[in-house]
Design a protein. Structure first.
Length: 477
């Protein structure tokens, strides 16, 4: 883990991105080996051509209207994280359309086929399966898309097809489902409500996803009992928005969870920063002010564990330090202000009470920070772009600490531009932060508007989004 965090701080896992701490005021105490490289990071949009993110059936008739192929190419990938009972990330659901955009069963299947084939083509072209490595990839499809030839080209293993099926369509696609399961795919029955006619599907499905807002607690319990009598699937709770939702589903032994609860827990106005994190914040402020090494050393000496973690980090394998660092002052001198600031920033998430929810928040913060950085780095240019990562990761401090953001920022001395973005969603960093958050919420229209304001097309946003997810996964491995 220390090696990965070192790579995160020094930029070795960031081949396209800048290497600063996110604060233009900070400079390294000792020049880094790549000093002088100040070109702006660039999103590699050449990974995939916009013309590749299409289906072979563009310009088709759907419900009496001809589909605009150009508009359909400009679709943005949305994601939702899937957590287990212990709030560990087990996978991601990827989608190109919101639930409200799904055609009803009365509509022609052509539009659903088009969106689904575009999503499957994106997965193939963007090499999204690199995300797997033990994670699950949930792919939201319509029943009509189960026969897509693209499913025969993807690896299958580690991929979960999330499909809403009734008894009639389930029987119609029964043989195809068996074939896909033989290829390694798993089946998740979406928006499920028990019906005896669905028992054959329950015996095929590995997962059943229930929209918890659809039922009260008593009815939800009845659904669980009926489902488990009909088969042996693992239960997924969708639209988990509150702590009450999570607790109710947890008591009912749901296996997996999706929803905003994990990134937007209730804020407690009376909550205070714990002592461990208060010390880290104090050190962050001193680094920002470029305090003398002796003053920084004194701060570390107040906490033996913090000193140990610093020395362990600096001396970890792959650190590039030719001699072992045996004192705090020596270590701080070698590390420099910029790397020290980013290390302390990450330490805010791993200090204090590090429960499972804190780990979930940190994972989301890493993805958001990296995506914010990638979206804005080539647009803002060096050195302004160095604040993007800090804006992204600090934007979830309120979720981590369960405190109002303005109260948290009272403890941190940050540049005005970063404060404006975090508190008011204004200023140079705000559009890129908002765009990264919109990708989590998957409000397609909002993503489109923000991307346009940032001068980015769907291709650039999708590539950055996938690369940010892959990067965060690789940091943790």
């Amino acid at each position: 883990m220390f090696d990965k965090i070192r790579q995160l701080i020094t930029g070795r896992t960031q081949p396209e991105s800048g290497r600063g701490s996110g604060l233009t005021e900070l400079q390294p105490v000792v020049p880094a080996a790549d000093e002088g490289r100040d070109e702006a990071p660039v999103i590699d949009t050449k990974v995939i051509s916009p013309d590749n993110v299409v289906t072979s059936i563009l310009d088709i008739q759907t419900s009496g209207e001809k589909t605009d192929a150009i508009k359909l190419r400009q679709r943005f990938i949305g994601r939702q994280t899937v957590y287990d009972r212990f709030q560990q990330v087990v996978g991601y659901e990827l989608m190109l359309r919101h639930v409200s955009e799904r055609p009803s069963r009365r509509q022609d299947d052509s539009l659903a086929l088009l969106y689904d084939e575009m999503l499957l083509q994106c997965i193939a072209d963007l090499n999204i399966e690199r995300l797997l490595g033990g994670r699950l990839m949930f792919i939201d499809l319509s029943p009509a898309s189960l026969n897509s030839a693209l499913l025969d080209q993807l690896p299958g293993k580690g991929m979960v097809l999330v499909v809403e099926l009734d008894a009639e369509t389930g029987e119609e696609h029964h043989q195809r489902l068996l074939s896909l399961i033989d290829r390694g795919y798993q089946l998740a029955l979406d928006d499920f409500a028990y019906d005896p006619a669905l028992v054959p599907l329950l015996r095929l499905a590995r997962y059943v996803r229930i929209r918890v807002s659809r039922f009260d607690a008593i009815e939800l319990g009845k659904q669980v009992v009926a489902i488990l009598k009909g088969g042996n699937p693992e239960l997924m709770a969708n639209e988990v928005e509150t702590e009450e939702d999570f607790d109710a589903c947890h008591k009912l032994a749901f296996h997996f969870y999706q929803g905003h609860f994990f990134s937007r827990p209730a804020i407690n106005p009376s909550q205070r920063v714990d002592n461990d994190r208060a010390l880290v914040m104090d050190l962050l402020n001193k680094v920002m002010a470029r305090a003398d090494i002796s003053e920084l050393e004194e701060g570390f000496k107040h906490d033996a564990m913090l000193s140990y973690r610093l020395l362990r980090y600096i001396n970890s394998a792959g650190g590039g330090v030719e001699q072992e660092i045996r004192s705090i002052a020596h270590g701080l001198f070698i590390l420099g202000y910029e790397q020290l600031y980013r290390w302390l920033t990450l330490l805010l998430f791993t200090s204090g009470k590090m429960d499972e929810r804190s780990r979930a928040v940190m994972k989301n913060a890493l993805v958001r920070a990296r995506l914010t950085e990638m979206l804005g780095s080539s647009k803002l240019g060096h050195p302004v772009n160095e604040g993007l990562f800090i804006v992204g990761i600090f934007s979830l401090l309120d979720a981590l600490l369960r405190m109002p953001m303005d109260k948290i920022l009272e403890h941190l001395h940050l540049p005005d531009a970063i404060v404006e973005a975090l508190l008011h969603r204004r200023g140079v960093y705000a559009p890129y932060l908002e765009l990264a958050i919109a990708c989590e919420d998957f409000d397609h229209e909002k993503i489109r508007q923000l991307a346009e304001a940032c001068g980015l097309d769907a291709n650039a946003v999708n590539v950055a989004h996938v690369q940010a997810l892959i990067w965060a996964e690789e940091v943790e491995r």
